[in-house]
Design a protein around this ligand. Structure first.
Ligand SMILES: [Zn+2]
Length: 342
């Protein structure tokens, strides 16, 4: 038996750490925080155990809980007190994200990233104001049938004007980073231009550059109250079948000035994360979405999986695939565990 190559030599306890290729730190993680202008008290999110919507008054306390675990960054999502077809509360000076951001940045050292989109602010739940879809088979562009699902879509260029206002209102409130999530064509250029015009050239943009139209977002819709009232988002979010298109989408955002490139969801799209890592020099972020979180919790509740172990392994695999930053609902639990292991 001539076995020159024995990879097991490096799997012995005292050498494993030395040859470990991937390490996960609390500072790699971003914790999503939901701030709800319609409530005076914390409301547990049923499909995302351990997470709550908090009122603006509790936003600082909520962020302090995150910071105590060693996680340094939060992503703020807002649920407004009212909705309308245009989503005007999204850029209100006294809007929910703006109010929470002012308090959090004044009272904590958290790095505050704000979600910039319209779906939580429009009464129809889509990521921008609607227009009738123009169809090639009708020279006047009027829909042939009157099925609303099939004929209404988000007005891309009108949405860009709203994103301009939202991004500036978040920067004014003190946001450290702006994260547009609506998958509108030209959104990064519109926001970069608006921020630079108004004196916020130092505020980076983390673009949801390749965001897929995924069924793994289900539990988030409970959390953010952002399910579309009709139709779906496949006219603006990406087809899960497409990988080359992700490169094209990401390249466009990079050219428009995105500072960080995000892929969403994470686990079912690790091939995309790896590909974007290879092709671009930018920091890459991955969003370990609500469905990825909920399914592990559900299996753990049944006693089928060990939650701590699968949570950690999930995040390590996302990092190994090439993500530098991970948005995850496991941020606090995993950061606590990483700190305890030291
Ligand atoms: Zn949206």
């Amino acid at each position: 038996m001539d076995l020159t190559h024995r990879p097991r030599r490096l799997r012995q306890d005292r050498v494993r750490g030395l040859v470990s290729e991937t390490s996960l730190e609390p500072s790699d993680l971003i914790a999503p925080v939901f701030v709800d202008a319609t409530t005076d008290e914390r409301i547990p999110i049923e499909s995302m155990p351990g997470h709550e919507r908090v009122p603006v008054d509790e936003s600082v306390a909520r962020v302090r809980e995150v910071l105590e675990t060693g996680v340094e960054a939060v992503m703020i999502f807002g649920i407004p007190e009212s909705k309308d077809p245009e989503g005007t509360r999204a850029w209100a000076e006294d809007g929910v994200v703006q109010a929470a951001t002012r308090r959090i940045t004044a009272e904590t050292d958290a790095y505050v990233i704000t979600d910039v989109c319209l779906c939580e602010y429009t009464d129809h739940g889509h990521c921008g104001p609607l227009e009738e879809e123009l169809r090639g088979d009708d020279e006047h562009g009027t829909p042939c049938d009157h099925d609303r699902d099939a004929t209404m879509t988000v007005d891309n260029d009108a949405t860009l004007e709203s994103l301009d206002r939202i991004a500036v209102s978040h920067a004014e409130a003190g946001a450290d980073m702006i994260a547009p999530s609506g998958m509108m064509d030209g959104m990064v250029a519109a926001i970069r231009g608006a921020l630079d015009r108004d004196g916020y050239e130092h505020v980076p943009i983390m673009s949801y550059a390749a965001k897929y139209e995924s069924a793994f977002y289900g539990p988030f819709r409970d959390a953010a109250d952002g399910a579309p009232s009709f139709g779906n988002r496949r006219h603006y979010q990406m087809d899960p079948a497409n990988a080359r298109e992700a490169l094209r989408e990401v390249r466009l955002d990079a050219e428009q000035g995105a500072d960080v490139l995000m892929i969403k969801p994470a686990l079912p799209y690790l091939d995309i994360v790896a590909e974007i890592r290879r092709e671009f020099d930018h920091p890459v972020a991955a969003y370990n979405v609500s469905g990825e979180y909920a399914m592990l919790h559900a299996a753990a509740e049944k006693g089928w999986l060990e939650l701590d172990e699968v949570a950690l392994e999930s995040l390590v695999s996302i990092k190994r695939a090439g993500a530098d930053l991970i948005l995850t609902y496991f941020a606090e639990e995993v950061a606590n565990r990483l700190s305890a292991d030291r």
